[in-house]
Each structure stands twice: as structure tokens, then as C-alpha cells.
Design a protein around this ligand. Structure first.
Ligand SMILES: C[S@@+](CC[C@H](N)C(=O)[O-])C[C@H]1O[C@@H](n2cnc3c(N)ncnc32)[C@H](O)[C@@H]1O
Length: 491
């Protein structure tokens, strides 16, 4: 807020000018103003500029006009209407859909600056939320590729194409009932027709556009989440980063072999790079791109990719880190933190398809992996065989409950090191308790949500562990996601 405006008398819905000083979570800029000045209140509490306004769509260094959306006792929230002076850290977004599509929310911020702010946020979470000060913070590992880094993209078909403001103002819009693209944040029934996405490769863009044209020309029906009728649901493209494997998975509500075979033939003529084509049939109402069963139309039904020296088989519905090159850096950081000598018993909790288990296997005596999803465990076993790895064992375990009965039942030796990589919600307190009872010398905690990570680490520290160091790794440029690795040692 400018200094000259002493009493503005602003209320919700009004627009005011703000100077952005700091970067906050989810890319919101922070302006600090005097609450009394902003709201035209009495000045008995002074005019100190300590009232925080979170300004959506702004970056530090910007001066903006923003509309007040929320006015609370301790903070306000506003939305940028106009950038009066742009921050020197801004860049021109590469993608024409930036601002509409929800995929790359900060593509208009210089990538090095994105990485710097991600690092600062992790530091702040550990300092303020965790209350930790005596530990080392290693510099963030930025993503090797800033664009084209995703090995999997999932697109949706919709009979409601998202229309731009200009299109809405025109009459007689054509082609508004067929789209294949990405969802817009918070809008579930409309889809933005994306013809080029810089997160995937050029060949994947070709597949996307070919698929849209193919079915549009044939007037193929689209599945409606309201009426639960129609055929086309999703297109999922998986492309290996380190092999030439390329999978196209068409998700439909029912079988139509004739149409799918024709699609496959035409697709392969147009894009011979495709190595396998799959049809997932999803009869469920839920809007997920996973079928009740699948039919392999062409090729093996799998792709193979590599992390480090290991090969991984990936099926249409198996989980695999979406930024392959960064996954290697994340796992290497976990391995470096663990400093394995070769004689350790390691537990890998939340092991998914066994990628960390396999990655670290030749540095440990034995690795025991625990995971809830049966199909991921099946993939993990296949991947261990594929890499001729004999010193790993996979167990089905629901880590919402204590897994100590499994440890006892199978006589699993106690761990020297535990590697823990839970989902965003973090660990269940029972599992934290189990870890403390198992009492490994080292814990390496890999997380995609530093806030839940710090919550769990606090419990471990209260139980006698010491936080030694952390290192953020950027897996998802242009998004707000942050991955962080932490090392704890038994005190
Ligand atoms: C962030 S992923 C980590 C996967 C693997 N470490 C990797 O790098 O690919 C989290 C994993 O936790 C598993 N998971 C989620 N809830 C679980 C639970 N209650 N018990 C066990 N595993 C769970 C998920 O299935 C998923 O595989």
C-alpha cells in the first residue's frame, strides 16, 4: 500500500495497491501494511506495517493493484488485478495456456528463482513450524530439465470444452462439445483443449492431437460424469526417459475392439515411435484413469525405464516417479544421507514399486520393503527379478496400523537404517511409534510435503533422535511441489 494513502477505508471486494516483499506458500506474494491504514480503523493501535496481505498471482518485487478477497483479524487475502511494476524475477511464460491451465502455476517466474524460493520455504517450515535451528541445510538440487520433464501425462475427454472469454462473447461457437486436454483448477466438468504441453515431449503432443482429431472426426461419444453414458474417458501417455519405449493408454467406458484397433493402426502409421497401445476399460463412476481391466492392443503392454543402473518395468497402472532424471537424484540423496557400508539391514517404508529398495540394494546387506498396494508390491517383485536382485523382500503392510506384528511374524531382523517415503499426508502416529520402537541408528525421511514431514520428525526428535541435515530436490519445475530429504540419527 502506498504511504500517501493514510486511511483507505478498504472493505472486501475493493482494490488497493500493494508492494510485494516476500514469497509465501503456493506462490502467494506477501505485502505488509498497516491494518489501520488499510481498513481506515482508529489509530489507537498504531500504524505499524505488520498486517500481512497474501496476494495471489504476485511475486516479491511486484507492485500491484489487487482485489481484497478475505479480511481476517490477523491477515487478508487479495487477488492481483493489474501489475503496476513487475518484479525483475518475472519471465514471459512459454505456454499459451499459462494462467488458464492449472499445470504450471509459476511458469512466469525465473526457474532459478523458483528453486531459491522452494529452498527458502523448506527452511522456513523447519525453522518456524518445526522449531529446528541446529541442523544443516544442503542446497536444493534443481531439475536437470525445466521443460519436457514428465514421463507420464494424463488427459481427459469432455463434452464440455472450456471456452475463453473471447470465445464466449462470440456467437455460434463451433466445436464446443468435444475436447481432450487438461482440467482447469476447481472446474471438474470442463476441459481445456491443449494442443501443446511443454511438460511432455513433442511426440506426446503429436499423440494428443492425433487422438483428438481421430475421435472427433468419427463423432465418437464422450463419457459424461453426470449421465454416465458415452465412450471416451482418458488418454494416458507414458514415455520412458532413458529408453525409446512409449505407451499410449486409451481409457474408455466399454469395449469397442473395431474402433480401438482402427485407432491403434492409424496411430502407429502416423507416429511409429509408439511401442505399445493399451485399452483400459473403466466402468466405474469415479473419474479416475484406471480401468477395471485392460486389453493390450499392440506391443508388450509395458514400457521399461531406467533409474541409475537399474531397469524398471512400468505397466499402464503402476506407479513410477514422473520425473525420471530427478528421481535418480532424489534416491541418490537418500542413499548419500544413509551412508551405507554394505552390512546394514535397511527397511524401506511406503516402498511403492520398489524403486528405492532396488536402487539402494547393492549398498546394503538386506532391504525389507513395506507397502500397502498389492499391485505395487507385484511390480516391485518383477523389478527385483528383472535386475537379478536377491537381497530384497517385499511385504504387504498397511502403515495406518502397526507393522510390528509383520516384523515378528516373519522374523525380520531389526533395522540399522530406515528409509521412509510416505504420501503427502505423512506418517500415521502409530507408524512413527513403530519406527521409534524399532530404534534404527539412522532414519532417512523422503517427503513430498515438508509440513507433514516436520510434524513427524518432531515426534522422532522428542523420542531421542537428532535432526542432522535436510536437502530439497526439485522434481516439478513451475509447480509449487517440493520434495525434501532429511537425515536423523539416534541420539
Ligand atoms: C510417495 S510414494 C513413494 C513410493 C516409492 N518410494 C517411490 O519412490 O516410487 C508413497 C507410497 O506410499 C504408499 N502408501 C500410501 N498409504 C499407505 C499405507 N497406509 N500403508 C502403506 N503404504 C501406503 C503408496 O501406495 C505409495 O506407494
Amino acid at each position: 500500500m502506498t504511504n500517501t494513502e493514510s486511511k483507505m477505508n478498504i472493505k472486501k471486494g475493493d482494490v488497493a495497491e500493494f508492494q510485494i516483499e516476500k514469497y509465501a506458500f503456493e506462490g502467494k506474494g506477501i505485502a505488509k501494511v498497516s491494518k489501520n491504514e488499510l481498513l481506515g480503523l482508529t489509530e489507537e493501535n498504531g500504524n505499524e506495517k505488520n498486517y500481512v496481505v497474501f496476494v495471489i498471482g504476485s511475486y516479491p518485487g511486484d507492485t500491484v493493484n489487487a482485489r481484497l478477497l478475505k479480511i481476517k483479524n490477523s491477515y487478508a487475502e487479495a487477488l492481483v488485478m493489474e501489475i503496476l511494476t513487475p518484479s525483475s524475477e518475472r519471465v514471459k511464460a512459454k505456454c499459451k495456456f499459462f494462467g488458464t491451465c492449472g499445470g504450471c502455476k509459476q511458469q512466469d517466474l525465473d526457474y532459478d528463482v523458483q528453486a531459491k524460493y522452494k529452498q527458502q520455504q523448506v527452511e522456513e517450515i523447519f525453522n518456524k513450524l518445526g522449531g529446528f535451528s541446529d541442523f544443516e541445510i544442503e542446497p536444493i538440487i534443481p531439475s536437470q530439465n525445466v521443460f519436457h520433464y514428465r514421463n507420464k501425462m494424463e488427459f481427459s475427454f469432455s463434452e464440455k470444452r472450456w471456452l475463453t472469454k473471447e470465445e464466449i462473447s462470440k456467437e455460434g461457437i463451433l466445436d464446443k462439445d468435444f475436447s481432450l486436454g487438461l482440467h482447469i483448477p476447481k472446474i471438474y466438468d470442463k476441459v481445456l483443449d491443449v494442443d501443446e504441453c511443454f511438460l511432455q515431449s513433442e511426440v506426446s503432443n503429436k499423440i494428443l492431437n492425433f487422438t483428438r482429431d481421430f475421435f472427433k472426426k468419427r463423432n465418437t461419444s464422450i463419457y459424461s460424469t453426470k449421465t454416465h453414458t458415452g465412450y471416451l474417458r482418458n488418454l494416458v501417455i507414458k514415455q520412458a526417459s532413458l529408453t525409446n519405449d512409449l505407451m499410449v493408454n486409451l481409457v474408455t467406458s466399454e469395449e469397442n475392439d473395431e474402433l480401438v484397433n482402427e485407432y491403434c493402426d492409424e496411430l502407429r502409421k502416423e507416429i511409429p515411435h509408439v511401442t505399445t497401445v493399451i485399452n483400459n476399460i473403466n466402468k466405474k463412476f469415479a473419474a479416475v484413469a484406471v480401468g477395471d481391466y485392460e486389453k493390450v492392443i499392440y506391443g508388450s503392454g509395458f514400457i521399461y525405464d531406467e533409474i541409475g543402473k537399474h531397469k524398471f518395468r512400468i505397466s499402464a497402472n503402476s506407479f513410477f516417479q514422473t520425473n525420471t532424471l530427478q528421481a535418480e537424484k532424489l534416491y541418490q540423496t537418500a542413499l548419500d544421507f544413509a551412508e551405507l557400508k554394505g552390512n546394514e539391514i535397511v527397511y524401506d517404508l511406503y516402498s511403492g514399486a520398489g524403486t528405492i529398495t532396488i536402487f539402494i540394494s547393492d549398498k546394503a546387506k538386506k532391504v525389507y520393503a513395506f507397502e500397502a498396494v498389492e499391485s505395487a508390491i507385484a511390480d516391485a517383485k518383477v523389478n527385483a527379478d528383472l535386475n537379478n536382485i536377491l537381497n530384497v523382500k517385499f511385504f504387504a503392510a498397511d502403515l495406518y496400523k502397526s507393522f510390528l506384528p509383520i516384523v515378528d511374524k516373519y522374523n525380520i531382523p531389526k533395522p540399522d537404517v530406515m528409509i521412509i517415503d510416505p504420501p503427502r499426508s505423512g506418517m500415521h502416529p502409530t507408524t512413527v511409534d513403530d519406527v521409534i520402537k524399532l530404534s534404527p541408528n539412522k532414519i532417512v525421511y523422503v517427503s513430498c510435503n515438508p509440513a507433514t514431514q516436520v510434524r513427524d520428525i518432531k515426534l522422532m526428535v522428542e523420542a531421542g533422535y537428532k535432526l542432522i541435515k535436510i536437502r530439497p530436490v526439485d522434481m516439478f519445475p513451475h509447480t509449487f511441489h517440493i520434495e525434501n530429504v532429511a537425515l536423523l540419527i539416534k541420539g
